[in-house]
Design a protein around this ligand. Structure first.
Ligand SMILES: NC(=O)c1ccc[n+]([C@@H]2O[C@H](COP(=O)([O-])OP(=O)(O)OC[C@H]3O[C@@H](n4cnc5c(N)ncnc54)[C@H](OP(=O)(O)O)[C@@H]3O)[C@@H](O)[C@H]2O)c1
Length: 314
């Protein structure tokens, strides 16, 4: 049991506990581990339930798709343990990511406090019946009876899959339902689905060079009370390469950002409509660095513009 919990808190679901532990504050404190920065980690509210989750999560595309390679698996166990120890919450995957879900299941069996992970995966198939099998298979691969969030990956066959996911949510088999897209895809249909369907989460791309979602999707999510997951915060690493060797702007120190990666993540999670960013990494030190970005000061509107300018100029 986490220090600070009362005995009768055991009755809460593990996510309910997240809500209760951080109630009334934007920061995870009390029983939660703090990041390498001495300040507490930013947590955000999931509008549909009021539950709070850490504003920094983790992706698994490519990074956890390591097949049977034992050394790579052991390294991913260390990545996941670092993520959890630093207070991490959402771990995002998909059946599209090869062996990732199976490797996540392997890692979850080997880490301390696996219950702290907020499990998020997807359904990704044009076939309705296959979707049902995929959803059940994901639970088996993760080794969890009830995954937290299922998303329709890139809106593929979304009508049928969303109906199935809502049925499962009503039966208590999953907790949240969402849809995903990423940079380069048309957002028109995504916006239509956001307007017409009941959604707990949307997932989309946002970073200082991919700002399109600021115009319509982020305001719409805020208006409709939908939590936002941000994928590709580093443009799959391209932004990190672009900024390599560039000096950090002077204001980075004010924000407690030691690296460009941290500055990029602070940019993403400081948008008021954003709930959680999910950077992916193969490296425990990067996992730690990314988690640390969710602690300490966040950029205000003026500094957010300054980050965009600095990245554009690089
Ligand atoms: N449509 C969808 O549903 C969709 C689409 C795209 C992505 N996603 C989700 O979003 C997640 C994130 O997107 P992504 O994986 O495409 O790209 P990303 O998170 O933008 O970038 C990943 C790259 O950044 C590097 N990196 C991570 N932390 C770093 C740090 N602190 N310093 C330097 N480099 C760092 C990683 O290299 P190292 O391994 O060396 O750290 C990796 O090459 C995915 O894994 C996936 O879960 C979903």
């Amino acid at each position: 049991m986490v220090p600070g919990m009362k005995e009768n808190d055991r009755g809460l679901s593990r996510r309910g506990f997240l809500t209760a532990a951080a109630a009334g504050a934007g920061l995870l404190t009390g029983g939660f581990p703090l990041t390498g920065n001495a300040s507490p980690m930013l947590a955000k509210v999931i509008p549909s339930t009021g539950e709070r989750i850490p504003a920094m999560g983790m992706g698994s595309y490519l990074t956890f798709n390591v097949g049977r390679d034992e050394r790579a698996r052991a390294q991913r166990v260390r990545v996941l343990q670092t993520f959890i120890d630093a207070g991490g919450g959402m771990l995002d995957s998909s059946p599209m990511y090869g062996a990732s879900e199976e490797v996540i299941g392997y890692c979850l069996k080997r880490v301390r406090n696996p219950e702290k992970v907020f499990s998020a995966t997807k359904v990704w198939t044009p076939f309705t019946a296959r979707g049902v099998k995929q959803i059940e298979n994901s639970g088996r691969l993760w080794g969890e009876d009830r995954l937290d969030l299922f998303q329709v990956h890139n809106l593929l066959n979304w009508e049928a899959h969303l109906a199935e996911l809502h049925r499962r949510k009503e039966q208590g088999k999953i907790r949240y339902v969402g849809i995903t897209t990423s940079h380069g895809r048309s957002h028109r249909e995504f916006e239509r689905v956001m307007r017409s369907e009941r959604l707990d989460f949307v997932q989309l791309t946002y970073n200082p060079l991919d700002l399109e979602v600021e115009d319509r999707l982020l305001p719409l999510a805020a208006e409709r009370g939908i939590a936002v997951i941000v994928n590709r915060p580093f443009r799959r690493g391209g932004l990190i390469d672009r900024l390599d060797g560039e000096p950090l702007p002077g204001f980075a120190a004010e924000l407690g950002a030691r690296t460009w990666a941290q500055l990029l993540l602070k940019f993403v999670i400081s948008h008021p409509a954003v709930t959680v960013a999910i950077p992916a990494t193969r490296r425990p030190d990067h996992a730690r660095e990314n988690m640390d970005a969710a602690a300490g000061p966040m950029p205000d509107a003026k500094l957010r513009q300054a980050i965009i300018k600095a990245v554009e100029a690089a």
